[in-house]
Design a protein around this ligand. Structure first.
Ligand code: C2E
Ligand code: CA
Ligand code: CA
Ligand code: CA
Length: 279
């Protein structure tokens, strides 16, 4: 097993408040989560907006801890980032997700893409690209079937290293998407210079397209801009039918959200695949 993160003691020992005690406890639990097999990937379908056909799946991490129950990523990814634990955790996610995509290809008889979230600390780790290539090698997944989701915030740092890593991944054939598009208050010029394939419109815009004319305008503008730059668009957080009509009318390529399916554990996703995709 890998224990690569720095100890949090260095940061928190001086003021041992109750909060930091809780954090330390959570950190030591998280440190053991991989070897105790407490991490689990859930999978959420990404469908072609027009046909409703499955094109890819986003892997979403869950942590099943015996004392804490199911812990959602918003509660532990920040801690994993700060402690560096995101690096072994992220490697685990890549390995498991790529292998799952290969299994579904056999069930469905066609390629199903897999989207994996990458956090900034993980992306900046010198071994990151090796870990990605390793996951592809170990699983036998074709590079074109893997999409890495990177937040706008990460791109904001505008460093040479960021650009180089993105180009390297792109040259390997791996797809790159901008996650949470529209939330990063960023200049849009990076879209021109970086090799992205896909924009994921943040669910905060999608959720109110039928209620807020401004959100409808923003979503429409993002779709048009993305298409004119040769990028494809995924709307996330699609929850009801009127939203799907809007997105179809606006030509949004792909959709993801509770309307189609919640994120599902692997076995439930396989059942969904069999019933919804006539395989
Ligand atoms: P995200 O990448 O923006 O993922 C989409 C989130 O929206 C997921 O939350 C998903 O369950 C939720 N969602 C999907 N459809 C709908 C919908 O129709 N309505 C609403 N309200 N929500 C919907 P989740 O699974 O809690 O993940 C939260 C965040 O944690 C993710 O946001 C991502 O940033 C991060 N995360 C998840 N898994 C990983 C991972 O393996 N590695 C890293 N670095 N981050 C991860
Ligand atoms: Ca994502
Ligand atoms: Ca590309
Ligand atoms: Ca997102």
């Amino acid at each position: 097993a890998k224990h690569k993160g720095k100890s949090a003691y260095a940061h928190f020992a001086p003021e041992m408040t109750e909060v930091s005690h809780e954090r330390l406890q959570m950190e030591s639990r998280l440190r053991r989560a991989i070897e105790l097999k407490e991490l689990e990937l859930y999978y959420q379908p990404i469908v072609h907006t027009d046909s409703g056909n499955l094109v890819a799946v986003e892997a979403l991490l869950r942590w099943n801890n015996p004392t804490m129950g199911m812990v959602m990523p918003d509660r532990f990814i920040p801690l994993a980032e700060e402690t560096g634990l995101i690096i072994p955790i992220g490697e685990w996610v890549l390995e498991v997700a790529c292998k799952a995509a290969v299994e579904w290809k056999e069930i469905a008889g066609r390629n199903i893409g897999i989207s994996v979230n990458v956090s900034p600390r993980q992306f900046r780790d010198p071994r990151f690209t090796d870990a990605v290539m390793q996951a592809l090698d170990n699983s036998g997944l074709e590079a074109e079937q893997l999409e890495l989701e990177i937040t706008e915030r990460l791109i904001l740092d505008n460093s040479i290293e960021t650009a180089e890593i993105l180009r390297l991944l792109d040259r390997e054939g791996i797809r790159l998407s901008v996650d949470d598009f529209g939330t990063g208050y960023s200049a849009l010029s990076y879209l021109k210079s970086y090799p992205f394939d896909t924009l994921k419109i943040d669910k905060s815009f999608v959720q109110d397209v039928m209620k807020e004319p401004e959100d409808a305008s923003l979503v429409r503008a993002i779709i048009n801009m993305a298409h004119s730059l040769g990028l494809r668009v995924i709307a996330e957080g699609v929850e009801d039918e009127p939203q799907t009509h809007f997105l179809k009318a606006e030509g949004c390529d792909f959709s993801q959200g509770y309307f189609y399916s919640r994120p599902l554990p692997a076995t439930e996703f396989e059942a969904w695949l069999k019933t919804n995709q006539r395989v």
